[in-house]
Design a protein around this ligand. Structure first.
Ligand SMILES: [Zn+2]
Length: 420
């Protein structure tokens, strides 16, 4: 038997990761470490076979698109048990009812109009369209949420939206006047196929409307928890403008939305079919002025992220050492990034309460903090509550007035760590 000594030189550094949109070189500016799937809640401990990946973020040196370096296979995220239900929040239900109302009063007002939604989830938007008697179809590959949509009378196709499936719908049902997507387009690395699908399905004068978290808000609020496996892209007006152009469309409107911690609704149309609103030029100029895509801005953002981690971990460690009880509020996908990046486990936070039955009785991804029903929060109230669902703060504060009255304190970390 011979001893084998590996004398091979270390592998050369990997070449720069090419941009998923335009193929140009990218530059990494943030590393959030080893992360689990943000919506995979293990059933019990010890947890076997948990999937981890490295959460690194880069910016394209040409089209400026902010994107993840590593891609998680889509079937690992959007599957039968995908536990996010868009109807879970009253604010979001109202937001989508308003969105549907806007379409019904404009693009969908004519006879025979047809609306398609990419990632319709539990049908929270299309329900209103269907109730108005308007033709519609939602694409939703996550089976259980799709079943909820169907039960509400929404027509659902259980596929991913891509060139082949969209062309199929066009053949069978004709062109769509509106193709809409909420918190979906930023989830999809293979956007070229999605745009080919939009091109195949959209009527000549139709609109492709999508809304996703705004990278400008992420930087401004240091809300790095917007970065997780499902959010493959973090859009800006500039990067979406370039994206639209690259795939044969034109960005004709942008609208800031106060939901999910700050989003933008982008409206795209075929070039020359609609006059772009002044808001597009204004936002592009504003991003240029604040140097949103500049390397020094991104370095500053990465420094601010590290400071939040250090402050939050120091605070939670001090509270534990003082014998205070701390629980977390909202087992959100976002919170997986925070908990895993900062190293917040059951030693610092006793449990997380959440209203989603599919998460209750399970453990948080990666850090394995038990998830309990919302009622556990008041039984008895903890000394402090870490507000993971900070984007629903107003709704939660209105619901949990008893906690403050009992002397409880909220811990927040957006835009910086504070107790109030
Ligand atoms: Zn690019």
């Amino acid at each position: 038997m011979t001893d084998r000594i590996d004398t091979a030189p270390p592998a050369p550094p990997a070449p720069p990761h090419p941009c998923r949109i335009c193929g140009a070189a990218t530059e990494e500016f943030l590393d959030l470490g080893r992360q689990p799937l943000s919506d995979a809640f293990p059933a019990r401990t010890p947890v076997a076979d948990e999937f981890f990946y490295r959460l690194r973020v880069a910016r394209c040196t040409a089209c400026t698109m902010v994107q993840l370096v590593d891609e998680v296979p889509r079937e690992r995220m959007f599957h039968e048990d995908y536990p996010y239900y868009s109807s879970g929040s009253a604010v979001m239900r109202e937001h989508f009812a308003r969105t549907a109302g806007g379409f019904l009063a404009s693009e969908l007002a004519r006879d025979g109009a047809f609306a398609v939604e990419i990632g319709c989830n539990d049908g929270v938007m299309l329900r209103t369209v269907g109730e108005a008697g308007v033709r519609h179809l939602g694409f939703e590959p996550s089976r259980k949420v799709a079943e909820v949509a169907r039960a509400a009378g929404v027509r659902v196709r259980g596929d991913f939206f891509e060139e082949a499936t969209a062309a199929d719908v066009r053949r069978a049902e004709g062109p769509a006047d509106v193709i809409y997507a909420a918190n979906t387009i930023c989830h999809i690395p293979y956007l070229e196929s999605v745009f080919r699908g939009v091109d195949a399905l959209l009527a000549p004068d139709g609109v492709f409307v999508f809304e996703d978290p705004y990278f400008g808000d992420v930087v401004e609020k240091t809300s790095f928890d917007q970065i997780y496996d499902e959010h493959f892209y973090l859009f800006t007006a500039r990067s979406v403008h370039a994206l639209a152009e690259r795939f044969g469309f034109e960005l004709v409107d942008v609208r800031r939305l106060p939901v999910h911690g700050g989003e933008i609704r982008y409206t795209l149309a075929r070039p020359g079919t609609r006059r772009p609103s002044p808001a597009v030029g204004e936002l592009l100029a504003h991003e240029e002025e604040r140097r949103l895509a500049a390397p020094d801005t991104l370095r500053g953002f990465a420094d601010a992220v590290a400071a939040v981690r250090d402050d939050l971990l120091a605070l939670l460690t001090r509270l534990r050492d003082e014998g205070r009880t701390v629980v977390a509020y909202g087992a959100t996908a976002k919170s997986a990034t925070v908990a895993n990046y900062c190293g917040i486990g059951p030693d610092l936070v006793s449990f997380v309460c959440d209203t989603t039955p599919a998460k209750q009785g399970r453990l948080t991804p990666g850090t394995h903090i038990p998830v309990r029903p919302a009622e556990a929060f008041a039984d008895p109230y903890p000394d402090c509550a870490l507000l993971f669902a900070w984007n629903h703060a107003d709704e939660i504060m209105a619901k949990e007035t008893g906690f403050r009255e009992a002397g409880g304190r909220w811990i927040r970390y957006v835009p910086e760590v504070r107790v109030d």
